[in-house]
Design a protein around this ligand. Structure first.
Ligand SMILES: [Zn+2]
Length: 315
């Protein structure tokens, strides 16, 4: 067995703790979900494969544990899309957390669970892309359940999307066939590639230009994480990757954005193992994951304290 580096040992230690403790700590549970979703048996979770079906079985069990309500009696929402002329099918997973009776709108939290699958006999594990985003989505659901005293200000949809890697098809299907009218969707919070960044310790946040109070709130939070707020075309630095990259259309938030629904996109920081077989759970930094989760949780608290009109001013 290859000698495990220090980093891998500490990751492993976290997991051992997770396995032994009755109630794993939030970070240990995050790592456990990432480790499970990016394990060999999930075979890189390519849409339409046995590996993706195993990932759904795992996620549905987690949704049940978190007592999310299956939308219309099932967590699974089937859809079809076209790859060239060939019709393909995908399955989104949708869990619902109702707010107070008087809540007028819904927050939609998205993270894609699909990845690239296998290339020959090599598994593209997709730990950071995007088991990390799905793990944070589950952690938010768990913490919000505890937060609901007496009830939540808004309704929440938790959507693990499929077929993101080959064209954002799952989020398109959700927006084209929404569970509630699009006018009632106050905000989409999209999570994609959260646990690794080069250079390290930074988190990209796109779509926050419309929420200056949120920016202030997050910038006041303690922690070493450097928050990089990206505007529509990235920070105005000539010729930088950040400038050229089309952030509003870079992941599942794109279809909400095109439908006029405000969005916040967390993630997308470049990392060397992007879309390679090296994107495995052993390279996830627990400390970074913990800090990123704290920032996203602070955002959820800010959303809970904001009215529907503050989140989605009427045009
Ligand atoms: Zn991704």
């Amino acid at each position: 067995m290859k000698k495990l580096s220090k980093g891998i040992w500490c990751c492993f230690a976290w997991l051992c703790t997770a396995v032994t403790l009755a109630e794993p700590s939030p970070t240990a549970q995050l790592l456990l979900d990432i480790q499970q979703l990016s394990s060999e048996q999930m075979q890189g979770r390519e849409t339409g494969t046995a590996g993706a079906a195993k990932a759904r079985t795992y996620l549905k069990e987690r949704f049940r544990q978190l007592e999310l309500t299956p939308w219309q009696g099932s967590y699974q929402s089937h859809f079809v899309y076209y790859k060239g002329r060939r019709q393909q099918s995908g399955i989104n997973l949708i869990g619902w957390l109702p707010g107070c009776d008087e809540a007028s709108g819904s927050i939609v939290i998205t993270a894609h669970y699909d990845h690239l699958g296998m290339r020959g006999n090599r598994v593209y594990y997709g730990a950071n892309d995007n088991a990390s985003g799905v793990a944070v989505l589950l952690a938010i659901a768990g913490k919000l359940q505890l937060q609901a005293k007496p009830c939540l200000s808004h309704h929440y949809f938790f959507v693990a999307t499929d077929a993101e890697e080959n064209g954002l098809h799952g989020s398109r299907a959700f927006v084209e066939n929404p569970p509630v009218p699009l006018e009632q969707m106050l905000l989409n919070i999209n999570l994609d590639m959260l646990a690794r960044a080069e250079p390290q310790q930074q988190l990209f946040i796109t779509g926050a230009r419309r929420y200056p109070e949120l920016r202030r709130h997050l910038q006041q939070q303690p922690g070493e994480l450097r928050l990089t707020f990206l505007t529509h075309r990235g920070p105005q630095r000539r010729g930088s990757l950040l400038q050229e990259f089309d952030w509003p259309n870079s992941s599942d938030h794109a279809h909400f954005h095109r439908a006029g629904i405000p969005y916040l996109f967390f993630g997308g920081m470049p990392f060397a193992d992007y879309h390679t077989a090296q994107d495995h759970w052993q390279s996830i930094k627990p400390e970074m994951l913990e800090q990123v989760f704290t920032v996203i949780w602070q955002t959820i608290l800010w959303v809970e304290a904001s009215s529907a009109l503050q989140l989605r001013p009427t045009d």
